[in-house]
Design a protein around this ligand. Structure first.
Ligand code: NAP
Length: 289
């Protein structure tokens, strides 16, 4: 009898996630028996209990694989047995899977981000980037860019969070630089810097912040700069609208979502790498509605 796979997503809030659509389409297209469900864990006082219970279900093999999203990518680390070197270096996981009887955490956001950035903009080897935000996704983005030799500037509304991230990545060459100003001042201070790329790694632009942008409307984005928004729903965020109005090249995070999801699907099912283009093609077809 064919294996029936149980996959899902943990995080909060989840109702706007595209992940179920992407994974269910691949299950169907590849004729793999299985399901992909949402497991919302309200970010309330008892969130640790909720997280522990779902990880125990994975441990008992009642579930075969999980994606992890905002706000648990770092919080889940103490609950798992092992992480891949990438997840260890980034300090955040977005996918959990079984290997040799253990629960392993990996971070497919890193290669998902780089692959999509390259396919959107045919990236030069390295340059100067500004990353807005310092949470789980920002960690993956900073690590991805800095490990390719990019000079990364980082700013967040809580400076201590950005400083902590930069401190952890200080071994990368060149080390990321933390900006000693809050997110609200990023536009004013950085618009004069010769930046090649600005990445939004905050939830500003997605529900419930649809009308917000991490970049103030009164200051133009740096000239000739590529703009990448990790938010993908709505497809054109306020930040991307600013980029479009200025005639800059821009992309939302749907491509990254698809790349990281396809890599997760391979980890869960042990399908050969050869299937990756096929999986990406199916996900792109349903993601482009
Ligand atoms: P996270 O770990 O919660 O971090 C979010 C970061 O944004 C933190 O620095 C946070 O600061 C800051 N932030 C939150 N609300 C803010 C606000 N109202 N104003 C200014 N800063 C704010 O979340 P994450 O996992 O990094 O995700 C960030 C975004 O990226 C989300 O929208 C997520 O959907 C998206 N994402 C997309 C992909 C993709 O594949 N396209 C992958 C990963 C993430 P505080 O700590 O002070 O709250």
């Amino acid at each position: 009898m064919n294996q029936y796979y149980r996959f899902g997503l943990i995080g909060w809030p989840l109702e706007h996630s595209f992940s179920p659509t992407l994974h269910r389409a691949v299950l169907k297209a590849l004729e793999v028996d299985g399901e992909y469900e949402l497991y919302p864990i309200p970010f309330l006082s008892n969130w640790k209990k909720g997280l522990k219970e779902i990880i125990q279900r994975l441990d008992r093999c009642e579930l075969d694989g999980l994606n992890v999203t905002i706000p648990y990518k770092q919080a889940v680390l103490p609950f798992i047995d092992h992480h891949t070197p990438t997840a260890h270096n980034v300090g955040a996981v977005n996918v959990l899977f079984h290997a040799d009887g253990q629960i392993v955490g990996d971070n497919t956001d890193v290669s998902g981000f780089l692959k999509d950035l390259d396919s959107q903009f045919s990236l030069p080897g390295h340059g100067k980037a500004l990353v807005l935000g310092a949470g789980g996704a920002a960690r993956a983005v900073v690590y991805a860019l800095a490990s390719l030799g990019w000079q990364v500037h980082l700013t967040a509304r809580r400076l201590e969070q950005a400083q902590h991230l930069v401190q952890e990545f200080r071994h990368l060459v060149p080390p990321p630089l933390v900006m000693r100003f809050p997110l609200a001042d990023a536009a004013r201070i950085m618009s004069a810097v010769d930046l090649d790329l600005v990445v939004n790694a905050t939830p500003l632009g997605m529900y419930p912040f649809e009308h917000a942008s991490p970049w103030t409307d009164v200051i133009p984005l740096p000239q000739d700069c590529l703009i990448y928004d990790l938010v993908y729903n709505p497809s054109e965020t306020q930040f991307l609208r600013q980029a479009r109005k200025q005639g800059l090249q821009y992309a939302n995070g749907l491509g990254m979502l698809i790349q990281q999801a396809a890599l997760a699907f391979l980890l869960w099912t042990n399908l050969p790498d050869l299937e990756l283009p096929n999986i990406i093609q199916v996900m792109k077809a349903v993601g482009s509605f």
